[in-house]
Design a protein around this ligand. Structure first.
Ligand SMILES: *Cc1c(COP(=O)(O)O)cnc(C)c1O
Length: 373
C-alpha cells in the first residue's frame, strides 16, 4: 500500500482565481503565468482552467510546445525569450511571442529567415536589474527591432522588483518616461501589480502566483479579503501516536522538549515529499480539520504534530499540510520562504490527484486515493 500522502490539484480554484484577477484588472487582458510546470501544479492538469485567459506565459520552450499541443491558439509568451537559432525556428513554428531582453537576442532574430514575422515583447530593465535593456538603451533597441524584417508586433514590457511592498512608482515612472512616444501594447504587472497597483495594469497583466491562491508577498494575511482559493492541497494521515511525559523530547536533534503530558501524532510527510525541513515548532498544520502545530524537527519521511487541540485524533486521522485550512503561505512564512517555492518543490514521489467538478481527472486517482480520500 502506498504512503497516504497526496497532492490534490483544484483546477476550479485556478479558474476562480483567474476570474478574480481579470475582474481586478478589468480593462486589461491577462497572460496566465504557468512557468515551472504551472508553479508545480502540472501544466496538463491545470490547462482546462485557463480557458478564460487571453494568453499564457512561461519560460520553457518544451512547455510552450506542450501548451500548443494541448490546443492553445491564443498568444503564448516565452518570458526569457530564445537562447539559440533552433529556438527561433520552434518559436516561429508554434507562433510564440518571445521576450527580447538583450542585443544578442535581437541578433538571433535578425539572422533568422522565418516564414512569418515573430511578435516580441521588448523588455526594459527599469530597476530589477535582472533581464532587460537599460532605460537609456531602450529606445535604440526598439528602433533596431523595428527595422528587423523577421520581427512583427513589438510590445513593451518590464518587471517589478518589489511590487509586493507598495513601491512600483519609481520603476513605472522610469518605464513611462522612456516609452512615452513609443507605440505598442504595454505589459508590466505581475500578481502584486494586479492586486495593488491599478496604475500598472496597462494592456496586459501577467498574474502568476495568485492563480494558485498564494500571496505575492509570501504572507497569507496580505491577500486576505480577495477571496483567493488554494489550487493545491497537500494531505496525509497520522501513522503513529506517542504519549509523552514532561522532559521527554521528540525527533532528531531533540529540539522540542515536552513540559506537560502531551499526545504527539506522526504524519507521513517529510522533506523528501517537499515539506520544508526548516518548518519550526509552531508551524500551522490541520488534523481532522482542527488547526494545530508541528513540533520537533521535520525528518525525511515524517513529521510530528501536537494533538492537544484534537484529542479524538489517532492513527488514520487526516492531515492537511497546506490547502484551505492552512494556507501554503503560512507554512512558507514560518519556514522563511514563500509559497512559490513550496508549490514548486512537491516531490515526484507524491501522488497527484486532480479534483475538479467540471473536468475529468488528468491523472487517475492514485492507488493511494482510497487511503487518502
Ligand atoms: C514569474 C513572472 C510573472 C508572474 O509573477 P507572480 O509574482 O507569480 O505573479 C510575471 N512576469 C514575469 C516576467 C515573470 O517572470
Amino acid at each position: 500500500m502506498p504512503r497516504p500522502i497526496a497532492a490534490r490539484i483544484h483546477p476550479d480554484a485556478i479558474r476562480h482565481n483567474l476570474q478574480l484577477a481579470k475582474q481586478l484588472a478589468a480593462g486589461s487582458r491577462a497572460f496566465a503565468v504557468i512557468k515551472a510546470n504551472g508553479y508545480g501544479h502540472g501544466i496538463e492538469r491545470i490547462y482546462p482552467a485557463l480557458a478564460g485567459a487571453d494568453g499564457i506565459a512561461l519560460l520553457d520552450l518544451d512547455e510552450a510546445v506542450r501548451v500548443r499541443e494541448l490546443g492553445w491558439t491564443k498568444p503564448l509568451l516565452l518570458l526569457e525569450g530564445v537562447f539559440e537559432p533552433a529556438d527561433v525556428e520552434l518559436a516561429v513554428a508554434h507562433r510564440l511571442t518571445v521576450a527580447v531582453h538583450c542585443d544578442e537576442q535581437l541578433d538571433l532574430l535578425a539572422a533568422a529567415k522565418p516564414r512569418h514575422p515573430i511578435d516580441i515583447q521588448l523588455k526594459m530593465n527599469s530597476g530589477m536589474n535582472r533581464l532587460g535593456f537599460r532605460p537609456h538603451a531602450y529606445r535604440a533597441a526598439w528602433e533596431r527591432a523595428r527595422a528587423i524584417p523577421s520581427i512583427g508586433a513589438i510590445s513593451l514590457m518590464t518587471h517589478f522588483a518589489n511590487a509586493d511592498d507598495g513601491q512600483v512608482d519609481w520603476q513605472l515612472d522610469t518605464f513611462d518616461a522612456v516609452v512615452r512616444d513609443i507605440p505598442g501594447e504595454q505589459s508590466v504587472s505581475n500578481s502584486a501589480g494586479v492586486l495593488w497597483h491599478p496604475r500598472a495594469h496597462r494592456d496586459w497583466v501577467r498574474p502568476g502566483t495568485i492563480l494558485y491562491g498564494a500571496s505575492p508577498t509570501g504572507v497569507a494575511r496580505h491577500v486576505e479579503g480577495f477571496g483567493l482559493r488554494s489550487a493545491m492541497t497537500l494531505t496525509s494521515r497520522i501513522i503513529g501516536v506517542q504519549t509523552l511525559a514532561p522532559q521527554e523530547t521528540i525527533g532528531y536533534g531533540r529540539t522540542f522538549e515536552v513540559d506537560r503530558p502531551i499526545r504527539i501524532g506522526v504524519v507521513a510527510c517529510g522533506y523528501a515529499d517537499g515539506y520544508p525541513r526548516h518548518a519550526p515548532t509552531g508551524t500551522p498544520i490541520a488534523v481532522d480539520g482542527v488547526r494545530t502545530r508541528v513540533v520537533g524537527r521535520v525528518s525525511m519521511d515524517m513529521l510530528t504534530v501536537d494533538l492537544t487541540p484534537c484529542p479524538q485524533a489517532g492513527i488514520g486521522s487526516s492531515v492537511e499540510l497546506w490547502g484551505d485550512q492552512v494556507r501554503v503561505d503560512e507554512v512558507a512564512e514560518a519556514s522563511g520562504t514563500i509559497g512559490y517555492e513550496l508549490m514548486c518543490a512537491i516531490a515526484r514521489r507524491v501522488p497527484v490527484i486532480v479534483t475538479d467538478g467540471a473536468d475529468t481527472p488528468a491523472t487517475a486517482p492514485a492507488q493511494g486515493e482510497s487511503v487518502t480520500a
